[in-house]
Write a protein that binds this ligand. Structure first.
Ligand SMILES: [Zn+2]
Length: 248
């Protein structure tokens, strides 16, 4: 039990500021600048090949402690949607937070973006897409919430986002719509937690990952539209767990 508590405490420690944004050497998801070569494209990307706490991973829980409840205090704001060549990124205005009351922690929502297929797998299985909601606290520690999307019913929120989808890399649209509204994500304790990295160069470590068990659905058309605009594969392959434990 002490061991479990220690691991939870370690997962919840503050991390250094590591978000490096979109600068640096060009990289892709396939070919000579693909994931297996990221670590060689720039000295800044060394974690991509040398890191021992890399993301994504296959999610199979090692321990089942009672994880603290996540409270999503999200508010609708106008959103800038950018096609950054790797994804559609939604930059929200300040004011939305992920709160973990039991830890007295609060992380501001910075941006959301999408991958297809999912980056994390659960018991070896990919999902059609994965949403990443990137948060940071005042010290710059990153918490990324992952939400899986399965093919199924059309998702109205995605329709609103897709209706402002920028056409090509470098384009940004300003959506007057409020896509991250209060209540869009329910309070939950049902998630995987582990310590990992950014899944794109520079693959910086010290990122706390919370991947929700509850999935969303999107229609085949919605999924196809993303792939058509951004690329068929926008997922880094799963990485070795090494010494890490995954909690759920
Ligand atoms: Zn991501």
């Amino acid at each position: 039990m002490t061991r479990v508590l220690l691991f939870i405490a370690l997962l919840l420690l503050p991390f250094q500021s590591i978000y490096a944004g979109e600068t640096g050497a060009h990289w892709t998801y396939e070919g000579e600048q693909g994931p297996e070569h990221w670590g060689d494209l720039s000295p800044d990307y060394s974690f991509c090949k040398e890191g021992k706490n890399q993301s994504p991973v296959d999610l199979v829980a090692d321990l089942h402690p009672e994880l603290p409840e996540l409270i999503f205090q999200y508010h609708g704001t106008p959103v800038h949607e950018t096609h950054n060549g790797h994804s559609i990124q939604l930059k929200v205005q300040p004011g939305s937070f992920l709160e973990i009351p039991e830890r007295n922690q609060r992380f501001a929502l910075l941006q959301g973006h999408f991958h297809s297929p999912s980056e994390h797998t659960v018991d070896g299985e990919h999902f059609a897409m994965e949403i990443h909601l990137v948060h940071s606290n005042e010290d710059g520690a990153l918490v990324v919430v992952g939400i899986m999307i399965e093919e199924g019913e059309e998702d109205p929120m995605l329709n609103r986002i897709w209706s402002f989808m920028p056409e090509k890399p470098g384009d940004t649209t300003e959506s007057p719509l409020t896509v991250f509204e209060a209540g869009i994500l329910p309070p939950t304790r049902d998630y995987f937690a582990y310590s990992g990295s950014l899944t794109t160069p520079p693959c910086s470590e010290g990122v706390k990952w919370l991947v929700l068990r509850k999935t969303l659905t999107a229609s085949a058309q919605q999924i196809a539209r993303f792939k058509e605009k951004v690329g068929r594969f926008t997922n880094r392959p799963v990485q070795d767990n090494n010494a890490r434990l995954i909690l759920d």
